[in-house]
Unconditional design. Structure first.
Ligand SMILES: [Zn+2]
Length: 257
């Protein structure tokens, strides 16, 4: 886990060596913070808890952007803040809990499983807390109840698993309309005014121009793959992880079927 780095005033991001997964900290009233998607290994969470303690920040509230195992983690060292996710995300975490824990155990063993995926459903326009406004943009692209967070004061968009510089769009292919859901999500993010920084769930933070570039890349990928056209996404190379190349192949097959 890399150190927490300030991407905008009061917004700090740490990046795990595991799939470049990001954890975001938003500083609030003295001594408190909002923690989004703490990830991903047991050692990462211990390092994160240690850094927060060094900074004198205690999580007052937490948000999980979506119900995939690498975004719903927690450790006792992070405290007992209320942890929220969108209602559809919480429903999936409850119905698919065993599968989620299975993936977690395989990919990042050793976590306290009692704490994994224990979110409360939050059906609101913003995360309830005393810190900087944290607006929610909930849609079903990538996963049910995918909740990006926009911080209007600092212009930071926490995009969840979209708008990455290292991952292609990954569709929720068991949904009724995976393509429509994903496009709706991208449109919602594209129409947000005032975004100056984007932090993806996996990859590097970028500025407003970089967000535009990634939105175009994501749209181009979806247009080509859904039309059955061959397409070379710059994020998909022979060096890409095996799981991503096979996800791409299965998305190609999904649209050919
Ligand atoms: Zn995901």
């Amino acid at each position: 886990m890399g150190r927490l780095t300030e991407v905008a005033p009061g917004v700090l991001v740490a990046t795990s060596t595991y799939a470049m997964t990001t954890s975001t900290v938003v500083a609030g009233p003295p001594g408190s913070c909002l923690l989004v998607d703490p990830a991903v290994t047991v050692a990462d969470l211990a390092a994160l808890a240690g850094e927060l303690a060094d900074l004198g920040l205690r999580p007052a509230v937490a948000w999980s952007t979506h119900p995939h195992w690498d975004h719903v983690l927690w450790s006792a060292g992070l405290g007992d803040a209320p942890r929220y996710a969108a209602p559809a995300a919480v429903t999936l975490l409850e119905t698919e809990r065993e599968a989620m824990l299975g993936q977690l155990g395989q990919s990042a063993p050793g976590h306290d499983l009692e704490l994994a995926g224990r979110m409360q459903a939050l059906d609101g326009a913003a995360i309830p807390w005393d810190g900087p406004e944290a607006r929610l943009i909930v849609h079903d692209g990538h996963a049910p109840g995918h909740g990006a967070v926009f911080l209007p004061d600092s212009g930071v968009l926490l995009a969840g698993d979209m708008c990455s510089d290292v991952e292609i769009p990954l569709l929720d292919t068991v949904a009724k309309d995976p393509l429509g859901d994903y496009r709706t999500g991208l449109e919602r993010l594209a129409s947000l005014p005032g975004v100056r920084h984007v932090v993806p769930g996996h990859g590097h933070a970028g500025d407003a121009a970089e967000l535009r570039r990634r939105l175009s890349l994501d749209a181009a990928y979806l247009d080509a793959v859904s039309a059955g056209r061959p397409y070379q996404d710059p994020r998909l190379t022979p060096d890409s992880p095996e799981w991503m190349r096979s996800m791409h192949e299965s998305q190609v097959r999904y649209f050919l079927a």
